[in-house]
Design a protein around this ligand. Structure first.
Ligand SMILES: Cc1ncc(COP(=O)(O)O)c(C=O)c1O
Length: 395
């Protein structure tokens, strides 16, 4: 049994209040890896924003232009990177398209990913590679139970590998890769490390020990960050940004003085930083309002307490689950807040098991044949007990 809670009683009250809408329907949500529910305060900020949108009389520039900067600043207090190195993107795909088009790869350079990597990290590069700008190599995953470590990379990365993308937490197996283990080796070989943190950040904290090795770190915010669909954060290191062959010009991220909108020399191009890359008019007010709410909540509760809570639920599940017809989809030691189960019984499949869960009002997903269970701050121990009960009595 679990003892104690990672949250104080006032934090528990806050979480209960902010997710009370989930209790209005008899569904247990173990599906944050698909879409994370937003806290109630996100809804309230969105409603305020809609009111303003419907009647924008006297809506001064100053009230909304600075919003993307404020949100960026708030994020930079949660993860250990400078706010100047973060930009607002519309998706992980969006940022990868930007990199694939603007990083000066040589024609014989390899961009590498592991098989089963999320398409946002593959398709933008495959399309660009079709035009001969560089090559893409899909690497085999290590044999079952073995980690992605330095010796595996030594054997499997092609000599001309220029960049490797890895999901910090895999969407279809729940496998976690420690960037501080592979980072020094990649650096020593001059291989850039691009990381997809979509399934990681928000469910877990991000340490400087790990992110220091990332040239790029992207994460879509509609899952564990509890934002809305259509937004992602991207971190570019200065070193990486300076190598990009990109010409950008976005009045909203470059101009701060609205009395001088047509003074086009406001930002000297020599002083451009990654944050100037804010995609399009990423100050989408609906998404910014949702994020404002969820970031506030993350600050109040703290990512390390959330990480502890999520992992204790996931570990409790693993400890109590009777692995008769399923096995874990990755090694036990690699599991954080997503548990994926591979069906080992030929008379059952994951889709059937999922429909049994759904009949009992349990929401989860199946990805690439594995049942995927997500454990986030609003999940509670009795819900995990119910999940265990349903699984043991039906499958
Ligand atoms: C690992 C990972 N990356 C990215 C995404 C979403 O990407 P995008 O923002 O490009 O739609 C998902 C969605 O499931 C994911 O699991």
């Amino acid at each position: 049994m679990l003892t104690g809670s990672a949250f104080s009683s006032s934090q528990q009250e806050t979480i209960q209040r902010e997710f009370s809408h989930l209790k209005d329907k008899p569904v247990f949500n173990f599906n944050t890896a698909y879409f994370g529910p937003s806290p109630l305060r996100a809804k309230n900020y969105m409603l305020e924003m809609i009111k303003e949108e419907m009647d924008s009389t006297y809506l001064p520039y100053q009230n909304w232009m600075k919003t993307p900067h404020e949100i960026r600043e708030s994020l930079s207090k949660l993860i250990p990177v400078k706010k100047e190195n973060i930009f607002h993107s519309t998706s992980t795909t969006d940022t990868n398209i930007l990199i694939a088009q603007h990083y000066p790869f040589a024609a014989d350079d390899y961009y590498c990913v592991f098989e089963g990597e999320y398409p946002s990290n593959v398709l933008p590069y495959l399309r660009r590679a079709e035009k001969g700008h560089f090559k893409v190599k899909i690497l085999e995953l290590p044999p079952e139970g073995e980690p992605i470590d330095v010796s595996y990379l030594q054997k499997n990365l092609p000599t001309k590998c220029k960049a490797l993308t890895i999901s910090h937490l895999s969407f279809n197996s729940g496998r976690y890769t420690d960037l501080s283990v592979i980072g020094p080796y990649l650096r020593s070989r001059n291989v850039m490390l691009f990381v997809d943190g979509t399934q990681f950040v928000g469910g877990h904290s991000l340490s400087s020990k790990e992110i220091q090795y990332a040239d790029v770190y992207n994460f879509s915010t509609y899952k564990w960050m509890l934002g809305g669909y259509g937004h992602a954060f991207s971190y570019f290191s200065d070193n990486f940004f300076n190598k990009l062959d990109i010409s950008h010009g976005n009045w909203l991220s470059e101009i701060s003085d609205v009395a001088r909108l047509t003074d086009y020399s406001m930002v000297d191009s020599k002083n451009l930083r990654p944050y100037h890359l804010d995609r399009g008019q990423a100050a989408n007010r609906l998404l910014m309002s949702a994020l404002k709410g969820s970031l506030e909540l993350f600050h109040e509760i703290g990512l390390s307490a959330i990480e502890k809570h999520n992992q204790s639920l996931a570990q409790h599940f693993i400890k109590e689950f009777q692995f008769k017809k399923f096995k874990l989809s990755c090694a036990k030691e690699e599991i954080k807040h997503i548990v994926c189960l591979t069906c080992t019984d030929k008379n059952l499949n994951s889709a059937l098991a999922l429909s049994e869960l759904q009949k009992h009002q349990i929401d989860a997903s199946v990805r690439e044949g594995n049942i995927r269970l997500s454990f986030h701050l609003f999940n509670e121990l009795p819900q995990v007990e119910k999940l265990l009960d349903v699984l043991s009595s039906t499958v």
